[in-house]
Design a protein around this ligand. Structure first.
Ligand code: SF4
Length: 445
């Protein structure tokens, strides 16, 4: 390699905040920049320019984004801001009038041309081309696959449709080509994401799309079917419990896609759900969860909830705890309600005092901990297929995950004894020997 030729290769630093969807956006930006010949800088000092991909979902996320912009301005000074907060540029300009440019979510091309403008690159034929699958910020063996942008729902606590617009789905063939490329490049686990995965294709009227000489509808069911053809674990996130979700459970039981559903239920009280403007009848949902478990006993259900939503009464909250007892979800996250600027829920009556939110949150978490602990204990003595994530240097244990664990948000399986060499991305059988409230421990014989 001609070192001289690389001497003027500008370096871009990227700070990526927010959800996996924002991470995918960052990956697209750096993929394009690398393809154009830019290098990445792991620190501010070495960067010719810094891109901050912001999150604007909650007020706390906005503050975090503003802090990140401030840090980049202090440490480097040449800063471009993109992402959800870019939809309100006046808030950014007010605090940081000297940022070089601001673009909204998904404006990859605008970010890339702003980088070209402020840190120009000389054409260089010695610079490596981007790998076929693009560059990823996640470890090599798993990847997020975004199937659509935006959302047609109008949940009262959420401003994502204001920021990102209505649902725009990618045709199934296009999604599958990306999935296939990722698997060919070594990805072993695909995490399917969107704002509302079960609504996939509604905007396209489920138009047919060709992949591998076969016509599929751009629809959740067909996507699961096509992804089941890939040699990879496929995990479905942000699925709403519309009736057609029942049809994919047999594919989970047959091992085509992982027996795992991430469904953000948010609450169980019909009154609160109505105020949240969430779809679905919760009594029916409980019935269906029991039916899913009959059809696929190993299914893992993950969800998130909000406690202390405006108007949530003691009775609503008790109903939620009883519902948790009934449906026995496997993995659960819980947030205390936080008003988001611009969200219609701010105008609802009867906001719940902070100390009540706090108390409900603790009671909710204690309930779920009890459920999770029993579920973990029940796995002792079983053998689980696990994917290796890496090594914990401090404890000398191998960090892995079972089919029930999504990376970063669920638990881990810590392997304390292993009779063979393993590397990240290997899928091996682990005998579970111990458990705590959220994690498992096991050995490989
Ligand atoms: S489903 Fe509701 S919470 Fe999720 S992005 Fe759409 S509007 Fe927001």
């Amino acid at each position: 390699m001609n070192k001289q030729a690389l001497a003027h290769q500008p370096k871009v630093g990227i700070v990526s905040l927010g959800c996996p969807k924002a991470l995918v956006d960052s990956e697209r930006i750096i993929t394009k920049l690398r393809a154009d010949g830019y290098a990445l800088s792991p620190d501010y000092a070495g960067a010719d320019i810094v891109v901050v991909n912001t999150c604007g979902f909650l007020d706390s996320a906005r503050n975090e984004s503003l802090d990140a912009i401030g840090e980049a301005m202090n440490e480097n000074g040449k800063v471009l801001v993109t992402g959800c907060m870019g939809a309100t540029p006046e808030l950014i300009r007010e605090k940081f009038p000297n940022v070089l440019g601001i673009t909204g979510p998904h404006q990859y091309e605008a970010v890339v041309s702003a980088v070209h403008e402020h840190a120009p690159i000389e054409k260089n034929r010695f610079v490596d081309l981007v790998p076929e699958a693009g560059l990823k910020l996640t470890p090599r063996h798993y990847a997020y696959l975004k199937i659509s942008e935006g959302c047609n729902n109008r949940c009262s606590f959420c401003i994502i449709p204001q920021l990102r617009g209505d649902l725009v789905s990618r045709p199934l063939g296009e999604v599958m080509l990306e999935a296939e490329r990722l698997v060919k490049s070594g990805v072993k686990e695909l995490l399917v994401i969107s704002q509302d995965t079960s609504a996939y294709g509604q905007d396209l009227k489920y138009a047919e799309s060709r992949w591998k000489e076969k016509e599929y509808r751009t629809k959740f069911y067909d996507l699961c079917e096509a992804m089941g053809e890939l040699d990879a674990w496929v995990r479905m996130h942000y699925v709403y419990p519309y009736p057609h979700v029942d049809d994919v459970i047999p594919m989970m039981q047959d091992g085509k896609i992982l027996p795992y559903l991430d469904i953000p239920f948010q609450h169980a009280s019909p009154e609160v759900l109505k105020k949240m403007r969430r779809p679905g009848k919760i009594e029916k949902t409980a019935e269906r969860i029991h039916k899913w478990r009959d059809m696929c006993p190993d299914i893992t259900l993950r969800s998130t909830f909000i406690v202390g939503f405006p108007g949530e009464t003691d009775a609503d909250f008790e109903l939620l705890l009883d519902w948790l007892d009934d449906v026995q979800l496997d993995r659960v996250g819980c947030f205390q309600y936080e008003p988001v600027s611009g969200a219609p829920s701010n105008d609802l009556d009867n906001h719940v005092p902070d100390e009540v939110k706090e108390e409900r949150w603790h009671r909710f978490m204690a309930k779920q901990q009890e459920i999770s602990s029993l579920k973990m204990q029940a796995k002792i003595g079983t053998t689980q297929d696990c994917i290796i994530d890496g090594m914990d240097a401090e404890t000398n244990r191998i960090i892995a995950r079972s089919k029930a664990d999504a990376p970063e948000i669920d638990g881990n399986v810590f392997i304390t004894e292993c009779s063979k060499p393993v590397t990240a991305g290997d899928i091996i059988q682990v005998r579970i020997t111990d458990a705590d409230d959220y994690d498992l421990y096991g050995i490989v014989q």
